[in-house]
Design a protein. Sequence first.
Length: 168
Amino acid sequence: MARPVFFYSEGTRLAGDIYLPADLGPGERRAGIVLCHGYTGVRDIYLPDNRGEILLADRQSAAIGARASAGNPAAVTQVPLEFVDDTLAFNPEWVVDRIAPRPALLITTDNDRLVPPVESEALYARAGEPKKLVVLKGFGHYEVYEGEAFRQVMDATIDWCREHIPAK
């Protein structure tokens, strides 16, 4: 069962969903997983003279965006400038050390032009134990959502969850 949540981080309002097991009793606590998409890499891909539009310098982003919006008149093709301000203000490296002692799994690729691997490495260095950094070889940012890269992401995630968040 999903429950919407809203919270603030460094002055930025964030929104998400908490997915709770259907059999969760009142006051019962269980281990959970927090998924956070890194945003710090976007500072370098926005062109400084955007003239009211946000242009991505990353060709892979542009190609995937074009494929996703082809034949879909409702596709989002513009990003509000307020989103960019909030994105640029979000710094996961300011809070990653607060996750411990909860387990932290970071997955990146060695060819990510949107969120460079060095950023995941920096987050990993700041995170407390237990932690693990998985670097997928030969894939770009968006390729982790399908095919072989997705299989590797899921294998690493399932192994991590089995070790750190076992089923009751």
